[in-house]
Ligand binder design. Structure first.
Ligand code: FMN
Length: 204
């Protein structure tokens, strides 16, 4: 089949998100100006450069209670956030933190998670997560939106510091088989990294 994205696709559900898979999940901790800590998952997320390390997250739509999603609002006001990696074992906790609760409701408590202080930024880290990226807002970019009364906003962040739990290192390399990072597919589907292999690049 083929469909033009500005015309109906004729399928029961929009297939687009299943066409770009798997997408890593940024489990983003941030702090509201009132001091409330927020945690929510975002899968329109990726690393975009490594020298210096930078990441992007895309926010789609408003908060159900009105205004921007809490994470976006907090990043814009504080200019800081932490990306926590979600291992397969924490999938249920991750799912709890997607609830569209008011900003003064602590999603970490709802999900039974605990925090550790960050080194360079105010938002704390999810203690149970194996890897954390401490980030500073680099740029906010408004994206087009075809839905009425909605917004799409991309945030680019500079990664200032990286925490890696010693126990997920094997011979000095991150051992993804010990983490099984959770990733997003389309629809309500997920996958996790459980196969890792190496390939040499051709010499030019
Ligand atoms: C696995 C997963 C990935 C998600 N990815 C995104 C995303 O990339 N962009 C987005 O706007 N919402 C995404 N959401 C929905 C947000 O998590 C949800 O709107 C949440 O309530 C936002 O919380 P906040 O207002 O505390 O930031 C995702 C949800 C799940 C479960």
């Amino acid at each position: 089949m083929f469909y033009k994205t500005n015309e109906p696709h004729g399928l029961p559900h929009n297939p687009f998100k299943s066409c770009v898979v798997p997408r890593p999940i940024a489990w983003v901790s941030s702090v509201h100006p009132d001091g409330d800590v927020n945690l929510a998952p975002y899968s329109f997320f990726n690393a975009i450069t490594s020298d210096p390390p930078m990441v992007m997250i895309s926010f789609n739509g408003y908060h159900q209670h009105g205004g921007e999603k809490d994470t976006l609002y907090n990043i814009k006001t504080s200019r800081e956030f932490v990306v926590n990696m979600v291992p397969l074992a924490l999938r249920e906790a991750m799912n709890v933190t997607t609830a569209p609760v008011a900003h003064d409701v602590d999603e970490l408590q709802l999900a039974g998670l605990t925090t550790e202080d960050s080194v360079l930024v105010k938002p704390p880290r999810v203690a149970e997560a194996p890897i954390h990226l401490e980030c500073e807002l680099y740029q906010e970019i408004s994206l087009p939106c075809t839905l009425r009364d909605s917004i799409n906003t991309m945030v680019i962040g500079s990664v200032l510091g990286v925490h890696i739990r010693d126990e997920v290192l094997t011979d000095g390399m991150i051992d993804l088989a010990k983490i099984n990072p959770l990733s997003r597919l389309g629809y309500l589907q997920y996958t996790s990294v459980d196969t890792v292999f190496e390939m040499e690049r051709p010499k030019g």
